[in-house]
Design a protein around this ligand. Sequence first.
Ligand code: AMP
Length: 186
Amino acid sequence: MLFGPPGAGKGTQAGAMVERFNLCHLSTGELLRSEIAAGTPLGLQAKALIEAGNLVPDSVVEGMIEDKFQSVKGVKGFLLDGFPRTLAQAEALDAILAKRGEQVTACVSIMIPDALIHERIAHRAQIEGRADDARPEVVENRIKTYHDKTEPLIAFYKKAGKYSEIDGVGTIEQVRERIFSAMDKF
Ligand code: AMP
């Protein structure tokens, strides 16, 4: 799984990782944005939460991930991006994988300082036009949510011996090489 604060570069790095290791990229943020674009009931439920920078309910993302695990065939594994984001999701993921006789291989964490998060998201706002990147108070809430709800997962995966931290400051290529060498160890 790819772990890190908003704007750390998870989405940017995912493409090279899936290609190198023959994985299926699963981004819960992207899946939710597709549901919103398609106007599904799930999308309608998620829209206001996402646009305020809050998390959607654990059960919603857990269900989406489990469905994808069942429907996607022919890959060596999955690259989870933006999931899990809470301890409850991490525990649910372990249970979903255990039912399949599988487990999390590694949690690769891209770390950048909060000041750089703002800079990266401001840049992305101009390119991708995401609603939740546009308003500073929403970005602030996402960073706070990351620190409060998602950061505790670091201890969870460290304890499991699956945590590897990457310095996310540098060029896309530099960070990619750091990720590859971390993944080669698992
Ligand atoms: P992302 O594209 O990963 O930055 O996600 C965009 C938004 O989607 C987040 O700010 C949340 O509102 C929602 N979201 C994505 N993944 C999750 C998750 N695992 N749990 C809860 N909410 C999520």
